[in-house]
Write a protein that binds this ligand. Structure first.
Ligand code: FE2
Length: 239
């Protein structure tokens, strides 16, 4: 039995990765040389200033995310995996320690695309509708939710992600190390439920502007959260 059961909702998410662009996106970096493409950034690299700097995004998207894609293409070249979708590659490699490198890169490609679409210029504020209602019900208040989310992100040792997860109708916050996400199921991530929102807390997400101050990054990023996208994820999970 595979130790990683996941992606039951991945196909739905793939269809939700829509651009919330209010600013013309930049031309993507050089085209991928394999079947896995680097999705266009859904906003200009300077569109999240001053909260996330253009220089940070130029490296985070244009170097780190692109490198995950390039390496995924390189490591899967000539293999049956090259004919699969990104989500299928993640599913196929998640339980195979011999393909951990492929899995790591594929998962990070997915995570970053998900992350970019969870941000938008002029975002922030509060969610509305059922997302806000659920947050206030499950965490006591929106501020209490933010406090727990930030504390969880700060407590993640080293590289990783902090997530808002819908678990059997209840919203919960959890973190994962490195490339893992709640999509991979409890056996891998230790988390039950489906992600509806996530934040990258790798140092490469903030070091160029905030250096070691992860707390400052986690304070600033609320100003660019794309709550409409989070609402789509929440609606998809809750049918
Ligand atoms: Fe990242």
């Amino acid at each position: 039995m595979k130790r990683r059961e996941f992606l039951t909702v991945a196909a739905g998410y793939a269809g939700m990765m829509v651009a919330g662009a209010q600013v013309a996106p930049p031309a993507p970096p050089a085209a991928a040389t394999g079947p896995f493409a680097l999705p266009p950034l859904p906003f200009a690299e300077n569109a999240l200033e001053p909260f996330i700097s253009a220089r940070t995004l130029s490296f985070h998207y244009g170097k780190h995310h692109k490198t995950y894609v390039d390496n995924l293409n390189k490591f899967t070249a000539g293999t049956p995996l090259a004919k699969l979708t990104l989500e299928e590659v993640i599913k196929e490699t998640a339980s195979d320690v011999g393909k951990a490198t492929i899995f790591n890169h594929a998962a990070q490609v997915w995570n970053h695309t998900y992350f970019w679409n969870s941000l938008k210029p002029g975002g922030g504020g509060k969610p509305s509708g059922s997302v806000l209602t659920k947050i206030e019900k499950d965490f006591g208040s929106f501020d209490a939710f933010k406090k727990t989310f930030v504390e969880t992100g700060l407590a993640q040792f080293g590289s990783g992600w902090v997530w808002l997860v819908a678990n059997q109708g209840k919203l919960e916050i959890a973190s994962t190390p490195n490339q893992d996400s709640p999509l991979m199921g409890k056996a891998i991530s230790g988390i039950e439920g489906a992600p509806i929102f996530g934040c990258d807390v790798w140092e490469h997400a903030y070091y160029l502007k905030y250096q070691n101050r992860r707390a400052d990054y986690l304070k600033a990023f609320w100003s660019v959260v794309n709550w409409a996208e989070v609402a789509k994820h929440h609606a998809a999970v809750n049918g």
